[in-house]
Design a protein around this ligand. Sequence first.
Ligand code: ZN
Length: 306
Amino acid sequence: MPEQHQKTAEAPPDVAPTQVRYEVAAPKVARIVLDRAEKRNAQGTIMTYQLDAAMRRACHDDEISVIILAAAGDHFSAGHDLSMTEPRTPSSSERVTLWGEYGGSGWEGPYSREKEVYLEITERWRNAPKPVIAEVQGSVISGGLMLMWMCDLIVCSADARFRDNTGSDMGVPGVEFFNHPYELGVRKAKEFLFTGGWMTAADALACGMVNHVVPRDQLSAKVLDLAINIAHTDRFTLKLMKESVNNAQDEMGRRQAMRTAFANHQIGHLQNMLLHGFPIDTSRLPDSVRLNLERAVKNWKATGRP
Ligand code: ZN
């Protein structure tokens, strides 16, 4: 795709690997790329705060009107990074909320992290004032849905597929940014959550979760065309329209429903703590993931901190 400039997103301090790229794809159009294809763009702390820096950069750049969120490789996102290999705690300068207490005892530390890193930062991106278009290919699993749902428009390739297996496989009742009923409709949302099964791109289009489905080799061009088209509209007017629609959805109870679901999500984690000694039930996960987590549990027990 045409790229006039390609730059690295501002990396948070003390972070070596770059997992998010920042490009200017056309006049007025920023393109942020999740760039961790070797891990299927699993979202850990590093990606989260590099993405936040890229979003801040695009929103604060008065020359940018529209933002594309794309992902390198074959898959948009495998969800949250469960490898436990990255720092768990963002630095004070990175954090976007004032909650704090990451080192709290019991569930206080994990709750503080969940609230900041998964709920509130996703809400912050969802409320970014400029239109954001998700460019989605391949698999989008659980936490990956949050990265897609926080966008205003979603264009996916015909090979895209979606699932939230937190309930069916991990004993947690849906991802933290619980937008399922608003994205899928109530009945589809229940089936999606209860079964943990895959939803196809065609089904996602039929229930209104995505705007367009295109062949894979046309995905980036379609998204860029759409972004350039939107960028013709006055920037301030775009912001006001986005805020009006977001506010309308909030008036339909989205924010309050999400808070209740987040509380239920925490009950799920705590039930797993009581039953399994870890915030998720790992028994149904692939060996590669489960063994990493078991190592983390040992470390947790040794240090008293996740
Ligand atoms: Zn969680």
